[in-house]
Design a protein around this ligand. Structure first.
Ligand SMILES: Cc1cc2nc3c(=O)[nH]c(=O)nc-3n(C[C@H](O)[C@H](O)[C@H](O)COP(=O)(O)O)c2cc1C
Length: 185
Protein backbone atom coordinates (compact mmCIF):
# COMPACT_ATOMS: atom_id res chain seq x y z
CA UNK A 1 0.00 0.00 0.00
CA UNK A 2 1.25 3.51 -0.75
CA UNK A 3 1.69 5.24 2.63
CA UNK A 4 0.69 8.84 3.23
CA UNK A 5 -1.21 10.63 6.03
CA UNK A 6 -4.61 9.60 4.64
CA UNK A 7 -3.81 5.92 4.01
CA UNK A 8 -2.07 5.73 7.42
CA UNK A 9 -5.19 7.04 9.17
CA UNK A 10 -7.31 4.50 7.27
CA UNK A 11 -4.95 1.63 8.10
CA UNK A 12 -4.49 2.53 11.77
CA UNK A 13 -8.14 3.13 12.68
CA UNK A 14 -9.74 0.56 15.02
CA UNK A 15 -13.12 0.56 16.73
CA UNK A 16 -12.48 1.82 20.27
CA UNK A 17 -14.81 0.67 23.04
CA UNK A 18 -12.93 2.07 26.05
CA UNK A 19 -12.13 5.77 26.57
CA UNK A 20 -10.27 8.00 29.02
CA UNK A 21 -12.14 10.90 30.62
CA UNK A 22 -10.00 13.45 28.74
CA UNK A 23 -12.34 15.94 27.06
CA UNK A 24 -12.34 16.47 23.30
CA UNK A 25 -11.45 20.12 22.70
CA UNK A 26 -13.75 22.52 20.83
CA UNK A 27 -11.12 22.81 18.09
CA UNK A 28 -10.91 19.01 17.69
CA UNK A 29 -14.70 18.64 17.65
CA UNK A 30 -15.22 21.46 15.17
CA UNK A 31 -12.49 20.05 12.89
CA UNK A 32 -14.14 16.62 12.95
CA UNK A 33 -17.61 18.03 12.25
CA UNK A 34 -16.31 20.24 9.45
CA UNK A 35 -14.50 17.27 7.85
CA UNK A 36 -17.84 15.42 8.01
CA UNK A 37 -19.64 18.15 6.13
CA UNK A 38 -16.91 18.13 3.45
CA UNK A 39 -18.07 14.63 2.43
CA UNK A 40 -19.75 14.19 -0.94
CA UNK A 41 -23.55 13.99 -0.96
CA UNK A 42 -26.13 13.24 -3.63
CA UNK A 43 -26.72 16.44 -5.63
CA UNK A 44 -24.95 18.21 -2.74
CA UNK A 45 -28.23 18.06 -0.79
CA UNK A 46 -26.35 17.30 2.48
CA UNK A 47 -29.37 15.50 3.93
CA UNK A 48 -27.63 14.97 7.26
CA UNK A 49 -27.62 16.46 10.72
CA UNK A 50 -25.16 15.62 13.48
CA UNK A 51 -25.88 16.14 17.17
CA UNK A 52 -22.49 16.22 18.95
CA UNK A 53 -23.43 15.26 22.49
CA UNK A 54 -21.00 15.95 25.32
CA UNK A 55 -23.39 16.91 28.12
CA UNK A 56 -22.86 14.09 30.69
CA UNK A 57 -26.57 14.04 31.64
CA UNK A 58 -27.61 13.57 28.00
CA UNK A 59 -24.94 10.88 27.47
CA UNK A 60 -26.36 9.03 30.49
CA UNK A 61 -29.88 9.38 29.10
CA UNK A 62 -28.82 7.95 25.72
CA UNK A 63 -27.21 4.94 27.42
CA UNK A 64 -30.18 4.37 29.74
CA UNK A 65 -32.73 4.53 26.89
CA UNK A 66 -30.61 2.23 24.70
CA UNK A 67 -30.45 -0.35 27.50
CA UNK A 68 -34.19 -0.02 28.13
CA UNK A 69 -34.87 -0.64 24.40
CA UNK A 70 -32.60 -3.71 24.38
CA UNK A 71 -34.37 -5.20 27.41
CA UNK A 72 -37.72 -4.73 25.66
CA UNK A 73 -36.51 -7.08 22.88
CA UNK A 74 -35.89 -10.48 24.52
CA UNK A 75 -34.99 -12.11 21.16
CA UNK A 76 -31.77 -10.11 20.86
CA UNK A 77 -28.44 -11.98 21.33
CA UNK A 78 -27.93 -12.95 25.02
CA UNK A 79 -24.69 -10.95 25.19
CA UNK A 80 -26.61 -7.76 24.42
CA UNK A 81 -29.29 -8.58 27.01
CA UNK A 82 -26.71 -9.39 29.71
CA UNK A 83 -24.87 -6.11 29.13
CA UNK A 84 -28.15 -4.15 29.18
CA UNK A 85 -28.97 -5.69 32.58
CA UNK A 86 -25.59 -4.65 34.00
CA UNK A 87 -25.94 -1.25 35.76
CA UNK A 88 -22.19 -0.65 35.23
CA UNK A 89 -22.41 -1.08 31.44
CA UNK A 90 -22.39 2.17 29.48
CA UNK A 91 -23.89 1.73 26.01
CA UNK A 92 -21.66 4.58 24.77
CA UNK A 93 -18.47 3.05 26.25
CA UNK A 94 -17.72 5.98 28.54
CA UNK A 95 -16.82 8.20 25.59
CA UNK A 96 -16.79 11.94 26.38
CA UNK A 97 -18.58 12.68 23.10
CA UNK A 98 -21.18 10.80 21.09
CA UNK A 99 -22.01 11.97 17.58
CA UNK A 100 -25.59 11.09 16.69
CA UNK A 101 -25.63 10.99 12.89
CA UNK A 102 -29.11 11.52 11.46
CA UNK A 103 -30.43 11.73 7.92
CA UNK A 104 -33.48 12.78 5.98
CA UNK A 105 -34.92 9.90 3.89
CA UNK A 106 -33.14 6.82 2.55
CA UNK A 107 -30.93 8.81 0.16
CA UNK A 108 -29.87 10.92 3.10
CA UNK A 109 -28.68 7.75 4.83
CA UNK A 110 -26.08 7.22 2.10
CA UNK A 111 -24.86 10.80 2.55
CA UNK A 112 -24.74 10.27 6.32
CA UNK A 113 -22.53 7.17 5.97
CA UNK A 114 -19.99 9.12 3.92
CA UNK A 115 -20.05 12.02 6.40
CA UNK A 116 -19.57 9.50 9.22
CA UNK A 117 -16.48 7.89 7.72
CA UNK A 118 -14.97 11.34 7.06
CA UNK A 119 -15.44 12.17 10.76
CA UNK A 120 -13.99 8.84 11.90
CA UNK A 121 -10.87 9.32 9.78
CA UNK A 122 -10.51 12.97 10.80
CA UNK A 123 -10.65 11.87 14.46
CA UNK A 124 -8.03 9.18 13.79
CA UNK A 125 -5.75 11.79 12.18
CA UNK A 126 -6.09 13.91 15.37
CA UNK A 127 -5.11 10.97 17.57
CA UNK A 128 -8.66 10.29 18.79
CA UNK A 129 -10.53 7.00 18.88
CA UNK A 130 -14.03 6.25 17.58
CA UNK A 131 -16.54 3.44 17.27
CA UNK A 132 -19.51 3.46 14.92
CA UNK A 133 -22.51 2.22 16.87
CA UNK A 134 -25.66 1.01 15.19
CA UNK A 135 -27.08 -0.13 18.52
CA UNK A 136 -27.02 3.39 20.00
CA UNK A 137 -29.86 4.33 17.63
CA UNK A 138 -32.15 2.08 19.73
CA UNK A 139 -32.16 4.88 22.30
CA UNK A 140 -34.33 6.93 19.95
CA UNK A 141 -37.29 4.56 19.65
CA UNK A 142 -40.73 5.33 21.05
CA UNK A 143 -42.00 8.49 22.69
CA UNK A 144 -39.03 8.98 25.03
CA UNK A 145 -36.60 8.51 22.15
CA UNK A 146 -38.45 11.05 19.98
CA UNK A 147 -38.41 13.53 22.86
CA UNK A 148 -34.66 13.00 23.29
CA UNK A 149 -34.06 13.63 19.56
CA UNK A 150 -35.91 16.94 19.93
CA UNK A 151 -33.78 17.81 22.97
CA UNK A 152 -30.68 17.19 20.80
CA UNK A 153 -31.93 19.70 18.23
CA UNK A 154 -32.45 17.13 15.47
CA UNK A 155 -34.71 18.68 12.81
CA UNK A 156 -38.17 17.23 12.10
CA UNK A 157 -38.00 14.44 9.47
CA UNK A 158 -34.44 13.39 10.32
CA UNK A 159 -33.87 9.91 11.79
CA UNK A 160 -30.76 8.48 13.47
CA UNK A 161 -28.62 6.31 11.19
CA UNK A 162 -25.80 5.46 13.62
CA UNK A 163 -23.84 6.92 16.50
CA UNK A 164 -20.09 7.49 16.76
CA UNK A 165 -18.41 7.34 20.14
CA UNK A 166 -15.45 9.72 20.26
CA UNK A 167 -12.62 10.38 22.67
CA UNK A 168 -9.11 9.48 23.72
CA UNK A 169 -8.64 5.71 23.40
CA UNK A 170 -8.03 3.73 26.59
CA UNK A 171 -7.36 0.51 24.66
CA UNK A 172 -5.36 -0.52 21.60
CA UNK A 173 -7.24 -3.37 19.90
CA UNK A 174 -5.58 -5.65 17.34
CA UNK A 175 -6.64 -5.15 13.75
CA UNK A 176 -9.55 -7.33 12.64
CA UNK A 177 -8.99 -9.60 9.62
CA UNK A 178 -10.23 -8.36 6.24
CA UNK A 179 -11.03 -10.40 3.15
CA UNK A 180 -9.97 -9.14 -0.27
CA UNK A 181 -13.50 -8.66 -1.58
CA UNK A 182 -12.68 -6.83 -4.76
CA UNK A 183 -11.50 -7.51 -8.27
CA UNK A 184 -9.43 -5.53 -10.73
CA UNK A 185 -10.83 -6.32 -14.16
C1 LIG B 1 -22.91 0.12 10.52
C2 LIG B 1 -22.06 -0.30 11.69
C3 LIG B 1 -22.65 -0.55 12.91
C4 LIG B 1 -21.86 -0.91 14.01
N1 LIG B 1 -22.46 -1.09 15.23
C5 LIG B 1 -21.71 -1.41 16.30
C6 LIG B 1 -22.33 -1.54 17.58
O1 LIG B 1 -23.54 -1.37 17.72
N2 LIG B 1 -21.53 -1.84 18.62
C7 LIG B 1 -20.18 -2.02 18.49
O2 LIG B 1 -19.52 -2.30 19.49
N3 LIG B 1 -19.56 -1.89 17.28
C8 LIG B 1 -20.29 -1.59 16.19
N4 LIG B 1 -19.69 -1.41 14.95
C9 LIG B 1 -18.23 -1.57 14.82
C10 LIG B 1 -17.87 -2.90 14.12
O3 LIG B 1 -18.10 -3.97 15.00
C11 LIG B 1 -16.40 -2.84 13.66
O4 LIG B 1 -16.25 -1.80 12.73
C12 LIG B 1 -15.93 -4.15 13.00
O5 LIG B 1 -15.94 -5.20 13.94
C13 LIG B 1 -14.51 -4.04 12.42
O6 LIG B 1 -13.58 -3.66 13.44
P1 LIG B 1 -12.70 -2.34 13.28
O7 LIG B 1 -13.64 -1.17 13.15
O8 LIG B 1 -11.87 -2.25 14.56
O9 LIG B 1 -11.86 -2.49 12.06
C14 LIG B 1 -20.45 -1.05 13.86
C15 LIG B 1 -19.87 -0.75 12.61
C16 LIG B 1 -20.65 -0.38 11.55
C17 LIG B 1 -20.00 -0.03 10.24
Amino acid sequence: MIRNDVTAAIAQRRSIRKYTAKPVTDEQLETILECGTLAPSGMNLQQWFVAAVRDPALLKEISALQKEAVLAMPDLPPVMLERAKDPAFDATFGAPVVLIVTAEGSRGSMDACLLGENMVLAAQSLGLGTCISGSVTMAFQGEKGTALLKKLGVPEGYAPVFGITLGEAAEAPEDKPREKKYAII
